[in-house]
Ligand binder design. Structure first.
Ligand SMILES: [Ca+2]
Ligand SMILES: [Ca+2]
Ligand SMILES: [Ca+2]
Ligand SMILES: [Ca+2]
Length: 562
């Protein structure tokens, strides 16, 4: 009854946790385990990763925000946007991946540039960055020799063109001439004097975004840059570079009747050299102008306060029909001020290893127990990962050493306990038990060894009276013979004691005996095995096949015949 109750309780608990059971062989109940998180929060196939905190901006929470990460092939101290992979990634950075804080959700990214075996510049689209002082965590994965890059600018940015394909239908040419040079992956402008201006068709960009372009010019000194906050052909901003003496870097405002420089400064530029020009349109009163990721100018005056959104594109200005501007790529990304910042980098992590088979502690191999009693089975969780812990276990008991038809199968039990208490079977015999465990990442280990356990009891196989001729003053002798039922080995005084009617019996070298005293005529005493002391296994249950012995006292009557 007790066993039944325990079973029902277990069943109920499992239904709560896992919701399904199936009927196993031999009528045993097998609890089905649930597969979950098979990779344990690790990107399958990758050897290494590091975590990285992205600190929120005081400007507020942002979503789908592009963050620059500079990945170095060699050694160094991780800091800010720079991470060093100690030669453990591909030299072409094709195995770099980024994931969300769960370690498995891949994030869109674009590899802006790389120098083989040296470094690569990545933009990672982070889904959610909370406001300061909170942060979010991303992972960078590396170390997969057969991986190729999944860099994708279209997926990473709201607007992205690398000019590797002819997407001119998505643009509109306002003035001048252009050439979609897909063989070189360039948009080429010019070939006529004056301005060439082209915009992304039917597209407006608002403040809070940045326009980033990679440009060069040749052979002389046209102005080459962006066109943004475009209201109409006479009202827009133009952020540009040139080799034009004294005004290599400038921002120009076109406004009907009120055109002119918002700033103009010297910058050492060269023809036929690539530059990255970034225009951070923070607000209608603030524009940050960068060259090669260095802040060159913060523009706060001369801006038109009503311009908070507008068309975007490219603009170049040419003094010669042989001067051209070149755009390698053109993108728009989100941009708040201040930007979310780079927090700490975690140490290099290795993928989680599943637990080793647990080592079994108690009971010891071939320990014997009374039938139907509760036994606590204990083990030690072992895991190759330092500090890892057990999250679940499964225990089986079977009379088959191959566990082909378990009698007890707990199924997967969510527990950090390294023990389980189970009721043994009612029948004498040899059984086996084993345990497997899951670690904190839910990785499943292999089964432990199969350890034998014996259900046994003391079997009284014969009994009787030693002497049928009894002196009146001496009494008589009762004898019994006992074995361990499991293997029929003799239970003698080296094993313990037998008790008859509460009294110790004595081992005479062949059997257990008890000398009973004389009693008065007409008495009857029933002799009964009342207990056992098993020093070897601690068994207490007796299977008395010999039965009780009843002694009757009577007087021998002597008649003298004449
Ligand atoms: Ca995306
Ligand atoms: Ca290109
Ligand atoms: Ca582990
Ligand atoms: Ca079985």
């Amino acid at each position: 009854m007790k066993k039944y109750y325990a079973g029902v309780c277990l069943l109920f608990c499992f239904l709560l946790f896992f919701g399904s059971i199936t009927e196993g062989k031999n009528g045993s109940i097998i609890f089905s385990s649930v597969e979950e998180g098979v990779d344990g929060g690790w990107l399958s196939g990758w050897q290494y990763r590091k975590s990285h905190e992205i600190q929120g901006s005081t400007a507020g929470a942002v979503t789908d925000y592009q963050v620059m990460v500079v990945v170095h092939y060699g050694d160094g101290a991780d800091s800010g946007q720079d991470v060093y992979l100690n030669g453990k990634c591909r030299t072409d950075f094709g195995d770099i991946r980024f994931t969300d804080s769960d370690g498995v959700t891949l994030l869109d990214y674009w590899m802006e540039s790389y120098v083989s075996g040296d470094y690569a510049v990545f933009w990672v689209e982070v889904p959610n960055i909370p406001a300061d002082p909170d942060n979010t965590v991303i992972y960078i994965y590396y170390g997969k020799s057969d991986a190729t890059t999944t860099s994708n600018g279209k997926n990473t940015f709201p607007i992205f063109y690398n000019f590797n394909t002819d997407e001119s239908s998505e643009w509109v040419l306002d003035a001048g001439q252009w050439q979609w040079d897909t063989s070189n992956g360039w948009l080429k402008t010019g070939g006529v004097t004056g301005q060439t201006r082209a915009r992304v068709k039917d597209t407006t960009v608002s403040t809070g975004q940045a326009i980033r372009i990679r440009i060069k010019w040749a052979p002389d000194n046209p102005f080459v840059g962006t066109c943004f906050a475009y209201q109409d052909s006479a009202n827009f901003y133009h952020h540009r570079l040139s080799t034009y003496s004294g005004a290599q870097h400038s921002m120009y405002r076109f406004q009907l009747g009120n055109n002119g420089y918002l700033f103009s400064k010297s910058y050492s530029t060269s023809t036929d050299t690539w530059y990255i020009l970034e225009t951070r349109w923070i607000s209608s009163t603030k524009v940050l102008c960068y060259i090669n990721d260095e802040l060159a100018k913060t523009v706060t005056s001369g801006l038109v306060s009503s311009w908070t959104s507008g068309g975007i594109g490219v603009r170049s200005y040419h003094y010669s029909t042989t001067d051209y501007g070149y755009y390698d790529w053109f993108l728009v990304r989100k941009c708040v001020d201040p930007e979310p910042s780079h927090g700490s980098w975690g140490n290099e992590e290795l993928p989680n290893q599943p637990p080793n088979p647990p080592s079994l502690n108690s009971p010891q191999a071939n320990e014997r127990f009374d039938p139907s009693i509760s036994v606590t089975f204990t083990w030690t969780f072992n895991d190759p990962d330092a500090g890892d812990a057990q999250s679940a276990y499964r225990f089986q008991l079977d009379d088959n050493s191959d566990f082909s038809s378990p009698i007890i199968d707990t199924g997967k039990v969510a527990s950090s306990e390294s023990s389980t208490t189970q009721s043994l079977l009612g029948s004498v015999g040899l059984y086996y038990w084993r345990v497997k465990t899951w670690d904190s990442q839910n990785a499943e280990g292999d089964w432990s060894e199969a350890r034998p356990i014996i259900v046994d009891r003391i079997k009284i196989i014969a009994g009787g009276v030693v002497d049928f001729t009894v002196d009146i003053d001496v009494g008589g002798k009762i004898w019994y013979y006992a074995v361990y039922e499991y293997d029929n080995s003799t239970f003698d005084d080296s094993c313990g004691l037998l008790y008859l009617n509460g009294f110790e019996m004595i081992w005479d070298g062949e059997k257990w005996v008890y000398a009973f005293p004389y009693s008065t005529e007409g008495n009857q005493i029933i002799f009964h095995i009342t207990g056992v002391l098993d020093n070897q296994y601690g068994l207490t249950e007796i299977n008395n096949q010999a039965g009780d012995i009843i002694i009757n006292w009577a007087t021998a009557t002597i008649e003298i015949k004449k």
